[in-house]
Design a protein around this ligand. Structure first.
Ligand code: UD1
Length: 429
């Protein structure tokens, strides 16, 4: 298994190109199941989760092709993937495939909407607390699907098609909103989705569905209205920039000091997190086509944060921010309100010398003058990158094991950081 070795202490300086958002690319790929025409997606990141979903889609009989690199494109330019779900031969997603990535469960929505039936394995256990699918199934039931659980599989049926309805989510769910949105596009009549997630990835999915012929209003607000259509067609769409990757590198620069421009991204995708970063003492400014993050010499100030649905502080940046706060002056309270048990990185950060006390949904991080390198273990996607951020300033050598978690969500991480001066390398095997 690959490992990542970091020698801490080097500041980051230069340019980091930001990839397309994994969390937008996945639902967009799944949306290709809604039509028999080709959906062409540009700026798709090269990640293990994307390859896993392609395998699942191939299993259904979806054809895909990946365009070759064109002149001027580098390995960081996202790939263009063309998906055609013309002859879907199977509407069953088996456990072996769904268990590798939770988001693949969302295929249930387009499959039942277009084919009247889907059989999808319940997603496997997940390292970040219980992540149920009850609200996703509630949305499909409201739209007229019958749901049965059979041998670990969810069987959704709507032989006469789905029917528009009012869906009110009792809590904000990104996956639930994606599922309701995709299913409603092909339902007869009007669907109103209340307390919808407002995440930029929901807007990106809606934009693409509109290009495919869907009638959607209000994406990006908490009420989305969908007027069902009889069929959707092909389209071409560019995946939006990855706000979590953007925030991660911004925090890395705040941690190490230096001056880095994050290219191909937009501040409004993570304004809340950037404002928090400003309060810690980093200088954040907007450039044409990107964001510049600087910190020179001055120490970090501790800041309290609470994770919230968009536009609040993203749970997917909580671990990275905690890493940053391990070196701040004073104590920072970090409250996690989205997922229970999303604190696995605490133990590993402690191995590097961090002082963190857990109390219910909160972590109290007391800044220390120095972290010390050590072998640590990646436990999930965002937790593992928090260890990279800590390793970048830890004295001596930090080795991160189980980096396959990182490969699920961060494209060319060590290349991007090394080019800005970090001493970081991948050890194969
Ligand atoms: C998505 C993101 C993930 C991010 C999360 C929250 C993708 C691929 N993943 O995950 O990176 O951390 O949003 O921003 O886009 N819930 C229920 N019942 C359900 C569904 C969810 O109770 O049926 C709860 C969850 O346990 C959690 C909360 O709702 O407490 C939010 O989860 P949700 O927004 O659905 O997360 P995902 O869509 O799985």
């Amino acid at each position: 298994m690959d490992r990542i070795r970091i020698r801490g202490g080097a500041p980051l300086n230069g340019l980091i190109p930001i990839s397309g958002a994994k969390n937008a690319a996945l639902p967009l790929m799944i949306a290709s199941l809604l039509t028999d025409e080709a959906l062409e997606l540009g700026n798709v990141p090269r990640l293990a989760d994307i390859s896993s979903l392609l395998r699942i889609m191939s299993n259904f009989g979806v054809d895909h092709s990946i365009a070759g690199r064109r002149p001027g494109q580098t390995s960081e330019t996202g790939q263009t993937i063309r998906l055609t779900a013309r002859s879907v031969i199977d509407t069953c997603a088996p456990y072996e495939l769904v268990s590798t990535m939770r988001a693949s469960f969302w295929v249930i929505a387009p499959l039942v909407a277009r084919f009247g039936e889907a059989r999808v394995s319940m997603p496997g256990g997940c390292a970040i607390g219980t992540r149920p699918v009850d609200l996703l199934l509630m949305a499909l039931t409201k739209l007229g699907a019958t749901i049965e659980i059979d041998g670990g599989y969810v069987v959704a049926k709507a032989p006469k098609g789905l029917i528009g309805a009012e869906i009110e989510f009792p809590k904000v769910t990104v996956g639930g909103t994606h599922v309701a949105l995709m299913a409603a596009t092909l339902a007869r009549g009007t669907t109103v989705i209340r307390n919808a997630a407002r995440e930029p990835e929901v807007i990106d999915l809606a934009d693409c569905l509109i290009k495919m012929g869907a009638k959607i209003e209000g994406a990006g607000t908490s009420e989305i209205v969908v007027e069902g259509v009889a069929r959707l067609g092909g389209a071409s769409h560019e995946v939006l920039p990855d706000r979590i990757e953007t925030g991660t590198y911004a925090m890395a620069v705040a941690m190490t000091g230096g001056d880095v421009t994050l290219e191909h991204t937009r501040p409004e995708l993570l304004q809340f997190a950037l404002d928090v970063l400003g309060q810690t003492g980093a200088e954040v400014s907007t450039t044409p086509g990107g964001i510049r993050v600087k910190r020179n010499g001055n120490g970090l100030t501790s800041v309290d944060v609470t994770t919230d649905p968009f536009p609040g502080f993203p749970t997917d940046l909580q671990a990275q921010f905690m890493a940053l706060m391990t070196r701040a002056n004073g104590v920072s309270r970090i409250r996690e309100t989205i997922f229970e048990n999303r604190f696995m990185h605490v133990q590993e950060l402690a191995r590097l010398g961090a002082k963190i006390r857990l109390d219910g949904d909160s972590a109290y991080v007391e800044g220390v003058p120095a972290l010390k390198g050590a072998p640590v273990m990646a436990t999930d996607l965002r937790a593992s990158v928090s260890l990279v951020i800590a390793g970048l300033v830890a004295e001596g050598e930090t080795t991160i094991n189980r980096v396959y978690h990182l490969d699920r969500g961060f494209e060319a991480l060590e290349t991007k950081l090394a080019r800005c001066g970090a001493e970081i390398e991948r050890l194969r095997g």
